[in-house]
Design a protein around this ligand. Sequence first.
Ligand code: PLP
Ligand code: TYF
Length: 407
Amino acid sequence: QADTVPQAPEDPLFGLMAAYRRDDDPKKVDLGIGAYRDNNAKPWVLPVVKKADEIIRKDPDLNHEYLPIAGLAEFTSASQKLLLGADSPALKEKRVTSLQTISGTGALHLGALFLSKFYRTNAKRTVYFSNPTWPNHFQVFSNVNLEYQQYPYFSKETRGLDFDGFIKTLKGADEGSIIVLHACAHNPTGVDPSQEQWKEIAKVMKERKLFPFLDTAYQGFASGDLDRDGWAIRHFVEQGFELVIAQSYAKNFGLYGERAGCFHFITAPSSDAEETTKRVASQLAILQRSEISNPPAYGARVASTVLNNPELFAQWKEDLKTMSGRIIDMRKALRSKLEELGTPGTWNHITEQIGMFSFTGLTEKQVLKLREDSHVYMTKNGRISMAGLNTNNVDYFAKAVDKALRD
Ligand code: PLP
Ligand code: TYF
């Protein structure tokens, strides 16, 4: 029977990582995967995570029992506060239900699965993604048979936001369409709407009765400020939408492989909102039970230990500043080196874009040339992970780009 199974293509990002590992040139540069690296190009365990780990290990009552279906309660409630603010009316009015998930991907999946089963507002239940978006969005939503379209997002001319195209598509979308929004530090472009633009996006979505599906994988990583990076989410919640949020702690805690994340459903304000939220929670628990029974404990314990301890929380903010600060320094260094070399084109977008990634504007041909000639690895769409740059390789990379653009 299995001889009818067609060969699937390799995941492009993981394929790129494998090609990097096979390259034995000492000058090679990895700008592929979106994972933080320190100035020596090494993975970085956050000092606050090390501290939390020690605290967890010292606990004489630590055991390896199953967590509840919805996960570690201290973790999900701290996650709500981190996203929405401790005094959020949505929390006071018991309009929020949250489940611990297999990182952000698991939260996206649980949300998509829930909507595929219960979302009735729009018969077609079309999902809209930004163009471009994180490629996994397509697979996660297609897997539960939701159809997707895309809204314009990135302008090739300005290398910034195509705000007019974005708004025009929202205005033309069928009522009830699901709109996936990157809450901050858009992957892959590094381009976010301004607060004024977010207000307009929310206004149009409200008018057109569109459903926000917020994906937040970089809170604290974009600006180094948790509240600032959480602004768009809080704005949508304040507007009284019914909405969902997929939250990942992979990047902001460096807990990639531990799969710590959370899914949140927020009911719109109404007299029976609390009851509605309870019914939603009961269905989410059944979906979670059938898929993973209960989520993994370690990553959630680490995050929860930090989120619930004021001293550790303060240290976490410092660690976030270390990561986001180093990335901002690398943006400045790359831009100034390219400008110093007089590399063809303009390079202001390197410092204007934010978060883990920059969309350089390099073409696929130039990307492949950089790989061939200079052993620099980046995705074919011209995205670089800023975290792969450091004081030892940024000049080398700038010169390699300069060469690729002149040949
Ligand atoms: N959403 C976006 C836009 C991302 O960039 C990522 C990570 O790269 C995720 C979600 C979730 O990743 P994870 O499942 O590792 O938390
Ligand atoms: O855009 C990126 O670089 C990410 C990396 O579970 C990634 O796709 C890899 C694994 C994963 C989530 C994100």
